[in-house]
Design a protein around this ligand. Sequence first.
Ligand SMILES: *[C@@H]1O[C@H](CO)[C@@H](O)[C@H](O)[C@H]1NC(C)=O
Length: 255
Amino acid sequence: MNFYNVKLVLSVLIIFISIKIDAKRNKNKLPSFLNICQRNDPHLNDCIKKSVENLRPLLRKGIPEFDIPSCEPLHIPEVVIDQGAGPLSIKSSYKDIQVSGPTDFTLKSIRIDLEKNRVRIKLWLPKLEVMCQYELQGKILMMPISGSGESHGNYSNIDVTITMQGQQIKKGDDVYFNIKDFVVDFNIGYAEIKLDNLFNGDKELGEAMNLFLNDNWKQVSSEIKPVLEDTIASIFKKFANKIFHKFPLDVLLPQ
Ligand SMILES: *[C@@H]1O[C@H](CO)[C@@H](O)[C@H](O)[C@H]1NC(C)=O
């Protein structure tokens, strides 16, 4: 059995164990903040939209019942990006990332395909403010770049598409929903970034590089976008599964 198989077996086991433990708790007792929709509701998508809207203030505060921490700001411990080839060859790490603004989303659409176990959400974010400690070293369009310190970024007019591909898992008489793939794709309208203490604090070089980065933010952010999308996807996949693993599908989405 190779590493991938071991990982797969382990994660399936963990899902089953957590479902089993949860099933022993009050699996049919729903917290009042979950707005329940009937599966045959002709306006199911609108109903789910309302349910997600209802969760917004809870996402701000955190949902201890679901072990979901506050998402305002959203805290990401660390992201490491090793950009090997191309116009950017940079090794960078970002620690203690605080993202403000993720719960200010506007839901544009939610589409649920129960046959295919697929959910697609489109939302829009007016602004995300990101602060972190960065460390980077490498080359950007042949120019050397290095530095470590505080980084501040403002991103605005962001379109986000989330695609969740799930599966239904039978456990006893109950069927649970489990998200297998959670894919996030975002499109940033505008970005402003500032890296403090570039080139060991050399003011002129640092300012020139910040100017350059901001003039070319589209290229720069497209290089690091996939890693950010994956990181955010794995955080929200965990949150969503915490809800889905706790209650059978028939309780969350009654027939
Ligand atoms: C980001 O926005 C905040 C608040 O509007 C502002 O204080 C800060 O200077 C901005 N940072 C950058 C890098 O534009």
